[in-house]
Design a protein around this ligand. Structure first.
Ligand SMILES: NC(=O)c1ccc[n+]([C@@H]2O[C@H](COP(=O)([O-])OP(=O)(O)OC[C@H]3O[C@@H](n4cnc5c(N)ncnc54)[C@H](O)[C@@H]3O)[C@@H](O)[C@H]2O)c1
Length: 335
């Protein structure tokens, strides 16, 4: 069974990917410092998969920890999820974001080089496109100046990966540019676990529905979109997890140095108000929401062109927005 190191494997996307890796015959080896997740996720993973989960608690930028993992396990590849991701906080504390997101990737690349580990899947983001001039965005759409230090860390990480691949024979890397991950494992045992006030729409929706938050504010309803609210491409986290498995399989076929990027979205844009409506329809819960002013810095509309990932990796999303809302609510109720 091939062992894959997953940094940040106790987090939202990492934990769902661990499940999909096990379902596909891989063994995930997790490193997580639990800076934005809880140890209890590991028990949940064991409940879902019926397997013992191996996890090393610590910083994935700690080279001695990485070396210990490589001593204990023969690794076939790495999926690097670990990063800080709060856009707003990154503006207040940019160095915290540059240190964690950049230094951890540098350590991972040096670790791969020294231990002759060839394959890496990196968590990038559609944030690298900023507000695109033409929609939907393809992988060839030019990246824009980042709107936040967080967004810039993703751009710089992508650039570092390109240079790393050029410099070292046999290194094979895919950057997956995630659009907006939503939903939870259909069992309701794992899902997004924001610490404090959520930064993302769907946890805010489910927490408002659960009475944890009094009210949801929709930031602007006068944009040039079907109903005036912002448009995003909401991708179910299980579909996103599956994209990582497909990416690893694809890298395994490559003989030489290889680098490529893929959008991971549904190819369809939905507005914030459509998300609210879908949530209400699927759950029969009325949401307390209000329309507020536009939020500075918000991208108005973005969705993915997914032709490349469909055709090259053979990946297609299976879950709908309604499935995502059902699974997110199921998870929230369990909390
Ligand atoms: N969720 C999104 O909306 C989204 C969108 C695009 C890209 N991404 C990227 O996907 C990746 C995963 O995101 P997520 O939503 O699962 O976030 P998350 O915060 O739920 O998961 C990240 C995990 O990494 C851990 N971590 C952070 N720094 C670490 C370090 N130095 N060493 C060890 N563990 C560390 C955290 O404890 C957490 O468990 C991130 O790189 C993020 O930037 C996320």
């Amino acid at each position: 069974m091939k062992k894959i190191l997953i940094t940040g494997g106790a987090g939202y996307i990492g934990s769902h990917t661990a499940v999909e890796l096990i379902n596909s015959g891989f063994e995930p080896i997790i490193i997580d410092d639990f800076s934005n997740s809880q140890e209890s996720v590991l028990d949940r993973l064991e409940e879902i998969t019926g397997r013992k989960i191996t996890c090393y608690q610590g910083d994935c930028a700690d080279r001695s920890l990485l070396d210990q993992v490589a001593k204990d396990h023969q690794l076939s590849g790495v999926i690097h999820f670990a990063a800080f991701k709060a856009v707003g906080e990154s503006t207040e504390l940019p160095l915290k974001y540059y240190r964690n997101n950049l230094v951890s990737l540098i350590e991972i690349m040096e670790f791969m080089r020294d231990h002759k580990i060839q394959d890496l899947v990196f968590s990038s983001s559609c944030t690298v496109y900023g507000q695109p001039d033409i929609l939907p965005v393809t992988e060839a759409t030019p990246r824009k100046d980042a709107e936040s230090p967080y967004g810039n860390t993703k751009k710089v990480c992508e650039d570092m990966l390109v240079d790393f691949v050029k410099s070292k024979p046999g290194i094979r890397v895919i950057s997956l540019r995630y659009f907006n991950p939503v939903g939870a494992h259909p069992s309701g045992k794992i899902g997004e676990l924001p610490q404090g006030k959520p930064n993302n729409l769907v946890p805010f929706v489910t927490q408002t529905a659960a009475g944890i938050r009094e009210k949801l504010t929709v930031f602007g309803d006068d944009y040039d979109t079907p109903d005036g609210s912002c448009v995003r491409d909401f991708i179910h986290v299980m579909d996103l997890a599956d994209a990582h498995v497909k990416a690893l399989a694809y890298l395994d076929e490559k003989q030489n140095n290889f680098y490529d990027v893929f959008n991971v979205g549904t190819g369809k844009g939905d507005t914030v108000l459509q998300v609210i409506k879908t949530f209400e329809e699927v759950t029969n819960v009325k949401l307390n929401y209000e329309i507020g002013p536009r939020r500075p810095g918000d991208v108005v509309k973005i969705w993915a062109d997914t032709k490349k990932i469909n055709e090259v990796l053979g990946w297609y999303p299976k879950y709908s927005l309604a499935d995502s809302m059902r699974d997110s609510w199921n998870w929230q109720k369990g909390l």
